[in-house]
Design a protein around this ligand. Structure first.
Ligand code: F6P
Length: 332
């Protein structure tokens, strides 16, 4: 039966969100559902700001970074009044199903909304951080790895020319997926991720041992340390200072920042976004609600929304082993 479906993008934008919107538009057209797009995430829901998404709007969408629906982090939505207003607006617009593309914060918001609105809610994981449980990857994660990797490749050129130590900070919020994979793919010399960080004293000792070990073997050569954000006390300035205390002072910090969120999605993100967009729409009108659609071993899965943020999602074992073999040697 034909339904009225609404879709929005929320939280940090991620490459592939547009590819996902495109898939949802096409799948809705085929299933004869009407699709509207709320703009500016949950802000748009609170302010009843929506547009109709017709098949005409899919042209050239798959390759565009960012999100054509715009995004936002919405504090007001966390309040009872904010969510009630959003629920009233969904009822006024006669919406049967709301599809939310975002990360765990957006999914918590969706659960909050379900207290005031009894329509169907389906989440699709979209964040460069890959910190959503229940899915192997999130939309945008692979592109962000590529972006960080190619930036670090460039850093290496100048690091080699001066035989310098570079610290490169990558995003990830409180998860090390992006840092670990960017470091492995760019052959960085060391990586600092929240999952393995113990203390400043402990970790600086490991880094110094590794730098000295490399210098004993090869003389003064470049050394690149990839640092996940929000891990080292006081960030890159803190780590620069800690290295200085150990006599290492020709250090250059580079923060990659929001560059990592931009750009055209790589093929893996387009595939994931297209699969999940289509799969989400195939569930419209079924009993499944307050769920996220994800992919595990290349198969679509349905996960209760509440499980998506429970417990920290562990880093992939095989990647951790590679890290220990090739970069961060264990000293204790
Ligand atoms: O969640 C995506 C992300 O890019 C994180 O990696 C980062 O910590 C955060 O968003 C930055 O948020 P904002 O763009 O609001 O500064």
């Amino acid at each position: 039966m034909s339904k009225r479906v609404a879709i929005l993008t929320s939280g940090g934008d991620a490459p592939g969100m547009n590819a996902c919107i495109r898939a949802a538009i096409i799948a809705c057209q085929r299933a004869k559902h009407t699709l509207i797009g709320y703009r500016h995430g949950y802000h748009g829901l609170i302010n009843q700001e929506f547009i109709t998404l017709s098949p005409d709007s899919t042209h050239n969408l798959i390759q565009q970074g960012g999100t054509v629906l715009r995004s936002a982090r919405c504090e007001e939505f966390k309040t009872v009044e904010g969510s009630q207003r959003a629920a009233d607006n969904l009822r006024d617009a006669d919406i049967d199903t709301l599809v939310v593309i975002g990360g765990d914060g957006s999914f918590k918001g969706a659960c909050h909304l379900s207290r005031y609105w009894d329509g169907q809610i389906i989440g699709i994981p979209g964040t460069i951080d890959n910190d959503v449980s229940g899915t192997d990857a999130t939309i945008g994660y692979y592109t962000a790895i590529d972006t960080a990797m190619s930036s670090i490749d460039k850093v290496r050129d100048t690091a080699d020319a001066f035989e310098r130590i570079f610290l490169v900070e990558v995003m990830g919020r409180h998860a090390g997926f992006l840092a670990l994979n960017a470091a492995l793919t760019s052959a960085a010399n060391y990586v600092i991720v929240p999952e393995f960080f113990k203390s400043e004293e402990h970790d600086i000792a490991l880094i110094i041992k590794q730098i000295n070990g490399q210098r004993a073997l090869k003389g003064t050569v470049s050394f690149i340390i990839v640092v996940a954000e929000n891990v080292w006390p006081n960030g890159l300035p803190g780590l620069t200072e800690a290295l200085k205390k150990h006599g290492i002072d020709d250090v250059r910090p580079v923060t990659l920042g929001h560059v990592q969120r931009g750009g055209s999605p790589v093929s893996q993100d387009r595939l994931l976004a297209t699969t999940l967009g289509g799969f989400a729409i195939s569930l419209v009108g079924t009993k499944h609600t307050n769920i996220m659609v994800g992919e595990v071993n290349q198969r679509p899965v349905i996960v209760p929304l509440e499980q998506t943020w429970q417990g920290a999602k562990p880093l992939t074992d095989a990647r951790v082993e590679t890290m220990e073999t090739l970069m961060n040697k264990r000293y204790s």
